[in-house]
Design a protein around this ligand. Structure first.
Ligand SMILES: Cc1cc2nc3c(=O)[nH]c(=O)nc-3n(C[C@H](O)[C@H](O)[C@H](O)COP(=O)(O)OP(=O)(O)OC[C@H]3O[C@@H](n4cnc5c(N)ncnc54)[C@H](O)[C@@H]3O)c2cc1C
Length: 437
């Protein structure tokens, strides 16, 4: 295959794929970016906050020239328990020095692809990749276009959680329920001023909210709420294992799909004031990889490398999601591996080079450091007993009606004794929490 059309074909124009293509084109390498959607971002879903320093290092027009929503200066974690809510809020104007923004992928991905095309990327939209075959001296990408086979030296699979590249090349075989979550999300048109009032924000400031504890005791079910310029994004994420358990046993004796949990969450007295509004701009659902470092799937085979969600590179830290920047970083690592192959002509080493460089990157270091976190977040006590203890303790501190006699630690101890958690559980969970976070 001496006469390849491109050195590298990148499949999927999410941020992971565009970052890879951008970096390769900037280095003068022939690269095609293949995307099934008519417009970049049309088929993509996120929450979400982009932790953007990785992009600021790559694209000179980021952040100032990019279509971003709000600069995130506030994070909130909310534990729900019955009618109560215990919050930990963090607002810090020094966060303005970091390029962390909420974004809408419809606008952002289009902008990012335009920047990549300026670097020399050949962008093929409305082109679905159906198969990828590795030949002894190259790779063929089979698309749904007439005469649509593209020959190249190497392929970057950036085609998201249901990766065709990963499945067709045999790099990935099965998805396990325990490594996957489902997410549904609504974007509601609320208006800029109303958002600023509801969330107590100034001008372009943004806030992020993460909720757990509803339904009480159901592990790995969480909710998020992000402020965009004119819209709010509110959604639910549920581990597939828990969802099938809720479905089998029937929460409220009927089985509860995630979209219905989201509706009920939005009706909670503590949540409704933030999310009210009938003007639904988008409604989306998608699978989210929730691997720990130890269960990450294979991500390379000789001349093919998987990046971003296709490689399962997402970490739900409980208090925030990391996936957007992990995808960008892994795309850049794949690009560096391809640049090294162009230099020495040894394309058969592409996959291995990518793999070992990714292992040294902050993405896998981060996932390795938090390797116990996914298991820790499956603990039912985090969603029932502990929010309950926190609520009861605070009620004893602030209510005139409760038995408020005694020191606060005594109240907390009484609340603990009334809960389902034992002392051994508390010690174990405390240790696991420290080790995971
Ligand atoms: C509800 C939700 C909230 C989240 N919140 C956050 C957050 O706050 N912060 C954060 O950092 N991360 C968050 N994440 C994770 C983050 O959104 C993902 O990790 C990230 O979007 C993955 O990017 P990607 O480029 O790998 O894949 P994608 O964005 O999924 O892009 C894949 C692209 O490949 C294309 N494609 C697929 N198949 C083919 C094919 N056969 N041929 C051609 N093209 C194809 C698709 O159309 C798409 O454009 C969230 C995820 C969800 C679902």
């Amino acid at each position: 295959m001496t006469d390849v059309a491109f050195d590298v074909v990148v499949v999927g124009a999410g941020r992971a794929g565009v970052a890879a293509a951008y970096r390769l084109a900037a280095e003068g390498i022939d690269v095609a970016l293949v995307e099934r959607a008519k417009q970049p971002g049309m088929k993509n879903v996120t929450g979400g906050v982009l932790y953007g320093s990785i992009l600021a290092d790559l694209v000179p027009e980021f952040p100032d020239g990019a279509p971003l929503e709000r600069h995130v200066v506030e994070h909130n974690i909310k534990l729900l328990h019955g009618d109560a809510e215990v919050s930990i809020g963090y607002r810090d104007l020094e966060l303005r020095d970091e390029p962390n923004y909420t974004l809408m992928l419809g606008k952002f991905d289009r902008w990012f692809v335009e920047r990549a095309v300026e670097q020399g990327v050949a962008f093929l939209s409305e082109t679905s990749v159906r198969d990828v075959t590795q030949e002894p001296d190259g790779v063929v990408v089979h698309t749904d276009r007439q005469n649509g086979d593209i020959e190249c030296q190497a392929v970057v699979g950036a085609d998201g959680v249901n990766t065709t590249v990963g499945r067709k090349t045999g790099i990935q075989r099965t998805m396990r329920n325990e490594d996957m979550a489902l997410s549904v999300k609504k974007v509601i048109d609320v208006g800029r001023n109303e958002i600023n009032q509801r969330f107590n924000l100034n001008s372009d400031e943004g806030a992020a909210y993460i909720y757990t504890g509803f339904p009480e005791g159901a592990p790995t079910i969480g909710y998020f709420l992000y402020t965009f310029d004119e819209y709010i994004s509110v959604g639910a994420v549920g581990g597939l294992e828990t969802l099938s358990w809720l479905g089998d046993e029937g929460y409220d004796e009927s089985g509860t799909p995630l979209y219905s949990l989201l509706e009920r969450f939005m009706e909670l007295d503590t949540v409704r004031p933030y999310v009210q509004g009938d003007d639904i701009e988008e409604y989306q659902g998608i699978l989210v990889p929730e691997h720990s470092y130890d269960t990450l799937p294979d991500r390379q085979d000789r001349r093919v490398a998987l990046v971003g969600d296709a490689a399962g590179l997402v970490l739900n830290k409980g208090y925030t999601f990391r996936g957007l920047d992990y995808g960008i970083k892994s795309g850049l690592v794949a690009a560096e591996a391809a640049i090294a192959c162009t230099d020495d002509g040894n394309w058969d080493k592409f996959g291995q080079r990518y793999d070992s460089e990714l292992e040294d990157s902050y993405v896998l270091r981060d996932m390795k450091q938090h390797r116990h976190l996914p298991q820790f977040l499956k603990n039912e006590r985090m969603y029932g007993a502990y929010p309950g203890i926190a609520t009861e303790t605070l009620r004893s501190m602030y209510s005139a009606d409760t038995d408020a006699a005694g020191l606060t630690w005594r109240q907390a101890y009484r609340a603990f004794r009334r809960s389902d958690a034992g002392v051994i559980d508390l010690l174990k969970d405390g240790f696991r929490g420290l080790r995971s976070l």
